[in-house]
Design a protein around this ligand. Sequence first.
Ligand code: HEC
Ligand code: HEC
Ligand code: HEC
Ligand code: HEC
Length: 480
Amino acid sequence: MKNIGEISKQKPWLNWVLFFATVIIVFFIGLFAASIIERRSEAQLYFQMVSQIPDWEPDNAVWGENFPRQYERYLMTLDTTFESKYYGSVMIDYLEKYPELVVMWAGYAFSRDYNQGRGHYYSVTDVHNTLRTGVPQPATCWTCKSTDVPRMMNELGVEAYYAQTWAEMGPNIQNPIGCQDCHDPQTMNLRITRPALVEAFARQGIDINNATHQEMRSLVCAQCHVEYYFGENNYLMFPWDEGFSAEAMERYKDNIDHVDWVHALSRAPMLKAQHPDYELYMTGIHAQRNVACADCHMPYMREGGIKFTDHHLVSPLKKVDKSCMVCHRQEESELIARVYEQQDRVSELRKIAEKNLARVHIEAKFAWDAGATEEEMAPVLQLIRHSQWRWDWVAAANAMGFHSPSEALRVLGTSIQKAQEASLKLTSIFRKYDIAYPIQMPDISTKEKAQEFIGLDMEQIRADKNNWKETVLPEWLGQH
Ligand code: HEC
Ligand code: HEC
Ligand code: HEC
Ligand code: HEC
């Protein structure tokens, strides 16, 4: 064998061939590198705005003029067709699906109406429609529904905003959740517009202005997808002073004697969990591995050379290829099966907790009716309060436990244990007052039967709501 040196000695023209070949290769490498740089600068191009966005601009379409790609995807939140095993954007009537909930919420507006959430674009419409706003509510209820909220808070001051009623504030609230809620209109940087989040961290000595970019990609969601309660003068509060866990928030609420409502059957001083998505997520493996809400729910998309963030906020199972496959290497179908497997387990325990809770509320009513004393009932009611809070901490959070499956199962386990302990305590009260045990359970197998059992006149409630929609709502919507 000859080496290249010897060949080129015999054939000098080969040196020239090698030389030009190298020149051509280097030229193409250069072109390729230039195109990468160009793509990068393209990726930043759309930060240059065609028009200035005013400081408190609530109208998403105005922002959309500058950022058509993000706006177009944002408008996709109008789509209500996607359905996964437990979630998606279709309207699911939860009371029909889980009729026990009606009994568990007796005496509270949730027993009238409770649906699976839809896309951000529906946030204002769905609040207009729900039968829960048929009872007097404070303006605080609007806080996580609209881009008009930062504007109104700026106009009135935060305290004065919360102090208004839901109806007083109504005409000012026109635009659904959108750009203003998460972005600074001058720089397009992510920003926090809801003071409750900033204040909750500040009470723990954390300045949220120092959050990392990756943390911000979850914190913008934590403005709304969290547990909260209405404090003094309906001031919005996150109960995080003792920590994010179900037990820590339970302790916090016990310490301030917070009661959302007194249960109509058991008379237990109840707590309602809202949607502790951020809190449950924080206990899971993805949060530990620094994966943000936006990583799964707002994956990157590509259009030509332009990379941008998908603003169609929806179940990630609609787009597993972009949401999960960036990090995970198994087959898509395998990963989805794994998600369903985890959700099935949580769903199984959840249903057991619901059966236990509905029964124990009804048992407690039997005990009261037979003449049980406050003193006898107090420990039972405390157990019911804690059991239902823990169930709700998992059930009200979205994703059927996926955001942290083992924590969801653990908390449901303690919920079931507490409901059963309450039942056990009741059996000795039953013995004392000579009540036959087990008690005769009413038929609560459908939403209608359960609502009749707790004494709701749904026809009247619906008629009142329709009347409101025909008379008051057009006035509100005509304001702007
Ligand atoms: C590791 C990926 C991942 C992360 C991180 C993540 N989620 Fe999810 N999320 C999911 C999956 C999977 C579901 C279940 C979807 C289904 O069952 O269709 C889900 C469901 C949801 C839903 C209900 C969707 C629906 O269709 O109604 C909401 C709301 C939600 N997540 C909010 C959040 C928030 C807020 C955060 C951050 C605090 C977060 N998620 C972090 C993967 C993720
Ligand atoms: C200003 C409050 C607010 C912010 C900020 C917010 N959400 Fe939401 N989100 C809501 C409300 C309210 C709904 C339910 C809307 C409805 O059902 O009408 C919702 C619904 C959803 C859904 C369900 C969509 C569907 O098709 O069922 C997902 C998923 C979701 N949000 C994820 C997120 C993520 C991820 C973030 C952060 C990047 C975020 N949200 C930020 C208030 C907010
Ligand atoms: C729920 C919060 C949320 C809402 C609402 C929202 N965005 Fe974003 N937006 C994000 C997140 C998260 C990113 C990713 C930012 C990052 O990682 O730096 C982003 C990124 C962007 C970017 C930077 C380029 C890109 O695509 O990554 C632009 C521009 C943008 N959004 C425009 C908009 C517009 C226009 C709207 C309203 C139609 C909007 N956003 C609504 C959370 C939101
Ligand atoms: C940014 C990267 C990233 C993204 C995006 C991501 N994951 Fe993960 N996921 C991880 C990491 C890291 C782990 C932890 C692996 C470990 O430490 O063993 C994990 C763990 C998991 C697990 C737990 C494995 C088990 O023990 O069962 C499941 C299930 C999972 N992810 C599903 C999903 C789904 C579904 C999505 C999309 C909705 C998703 N992940 C998106 C990085 C990611």
